[in-house]
Ligand binder design. Sequence first.
Ligand code: OOB
Length: 538
Amino acid sequence: MLDGCVPWPESLAREYRARGYWNDETLGRWPTDPGRGERIALRTADRTLTYAQLDLAADRLAAGLRARGLAAGDRVVVQLPNVAEFVVLSCALFRMGALPVFALPAHRAAEIVHLVEVSGAVAYVCPDEVLGFDYRALATEVQGSTGTLRHILVAGDPGPYTALADVDAEPERLPAPDPQDVALFLLSGGTTGKPKLIPRTHADYAYQLRQSARLCGVGPDSTYLVALPAAHNFALACPGVLGTLRVGGTVALAATPSPEDCFPLLAGSRDAVTSLVPPLVPLWLEIGKRTSHDLSGLKLLQVGGSRLDPVTAARVAPELGCTLQQVYGLAEGLLNYTRLDDPAEVVVETQGRPLSPGDEIRIVDENGIDVAPGQPGELLARGPYTLRGYYRAAEGNRTRFTADGYFRTGDVVRLTPSGNLAVVGRLNDVINRGGEKVPAEEVEGHLLADPRIRMAAVIGLPDPYMGEQTCACVVPQDPADPPTLAEVHLALRARGLAAYKLPDRVEPFATLPLTGVGKVDKRSLTGLVLESLAVRPS
Ligand code: OOB
């Protein structure tokens, strides 16, 4: 396995192969069943690609990348929105054994520089401009402050860089990558500090997406509508883009998750599946009621990423006329799904149960002892598609894994009498803003770089729409002149922080409450903020 990764112990690897979880399948290829070539693989608002076209495009791009000096094992930071190029490029990289590091379109210089540095990426692939943001300027900034980037490839107008469309050569026969080696890197959302790199192997990811497609009933007649960013594990492989291509279905790419962009893409498909984060669900329900688009083809709505409230959950089936599936997953591996034939109360009230019979989970107290059934505790997970260590993170891995290889999720869950999991909360200092994860420590670091701020603590407050909102509690250098929300945003943006990590509110304090060991006492701080908001006229 790639240096800097932690392999599964050989005895377990043997068992996973023996039980058929792992096989020789590698990503970016699919069975060449007769007739598949002419089926539609990809659809966007203005373009379709058949399987034959996708195959050829991926082979030509892989050859073109190799002609420019990219090789198996090279890391490539991929930051593309939901466009056909995302899929073609991912398949090309998988086929040649180069390793995409999947960044989200919302990431900015702070995150991308970090990803390039940790991965040692030699290439960065971005769009030209999306929603008024110029990624080529970001590329310039990233290349200027990192040392390894040799290639900048742009989907669209390349400006001073190379157009992805010009990377092209006659297809060549390539050796298949080792199925047990790393195929891609996902980013951690649920951990503190900067995003960590999660190595996923061909065998483990192929198993996740095959098994997910089976569980979700996704087959050759299915359309998977990509509403969330394709680079996120949920939309990529649960079963998502890759799982749908594996079984010969159609992937429809929407520019944004808004009903305006998504509903037209649903028209005309009879067996459609999509995935959303909870804050989008009420919007889909509202617009769904009065849309002129035919939504009857939507058969399954997967919802996950953060807590879905049961009242909204109960509205999905009657109002959208489709099955609801709750998905509680992590980029690190373990996926929990409610099943398509579960009774309504399980689907509405729980976050499902593990995907694979090979998943091992434990729910433990602060001493690592299993709690009594039904009691809340931290979820630990180990299995055929759950990582054994973050990339190049020997130090952090010691605390994030147990001695016997369980990943500590940081999620507090309880087992319901029906044998499903209910997510109760989190142990780690991460704010879950409607599915987007905001690591408090990372934002605090950026706040403290502002000379006007002496102390900073970032906390989550309850929010009826997003589940949680981000509140920055700051002790200003000059108590008479605390920074405003707008000033804080300006400063954090200038430091290249993604917009979803900007605080929703800034609360000035004279001092912050501290715990016995001198850490900020976030529990009392949250209490103080909530109290003061309750008495303050809004
Ligand atoms: C998904 O993956 P990540 O890596 O962005 O975030 C994982 C964290 C979990 O540890 C948990 O804290 C939270 O997101 N979460 C949920 C949840 N699904 C994820 N919390 C409550 N209810 C849920 N249904 O978010 C992700 C990956 C694959 C599939 C679905 C979601």
